[in-house]
Design a protein around this ligand. Sequence first.
Ligand code: ZN
Length: 245
Amino acid sequence: MRALIVSDIHGNLEALDAVLADARVADRLDEVWCLGDIVGYGPDPGPCVDRLRSLSAQAVAGNHDLAAVGAIGLEQFNPHAAEALRWTASRLTEDQKGYLAKLPVTLERPPFTLVHGSLLDPVWDYVLPQYQTPARLAEVFRMQRTQFCLVGQSHVPLVCAEASLHFASLEEGGWELPTTARLIINPGSLGQPRDGDARASYLLYDEGRRHLQHRRVAYPVSVTQAKIRKAGLPETLAARLEHGA
Ligand code: ZN
């Protein structure tokens, strides 16, 4: 079984299609896993939902997905995010909203668990050093029933090991999964990277070889930016895409 692992698509159809094309050239795909935030910020929320549904993706809900369907209040978001979420809600069909509203907040696909934030706070948490004390991070790991946990939310590709509670950035390239070490892994963001690299970030998993591959792929950022500007969304949401910030 081979799986494409993506997170934080954020309504960026150009990035999603670039990743799907790149992944299919790299490998055969049997499953698509998504770690939430399919919508929000970006100009194509509905088409991104439809694309994932057409691929029978196994997806968990992110905070933006739940806010776009009214399950989370917009007062918890910064003004630009809230404005984009109001616009997003107006662009989604009832059918698309129904799909987002029914997404679970965690999924187990052994040896992986899928969650947007963390197992301690599935929708909102950030598994980043500045948001976690060692004690809290240890508690997050204690809740993990599988060897690996895939998280999104921070838009930063990284890996954290339970043994050391040490964070390392996830470099491009492939690696064999360890036999015993328990890890939290963030594939980075497909549609709005925030690690200084504007290219879409994602993972490929090969179950037979116990192999993960971190890939980055360029997409036509200017096309997505033009759509954001045409929709009248905040300029900063367009500008940040070319900086990966
Ligand atoms: Zn996000």
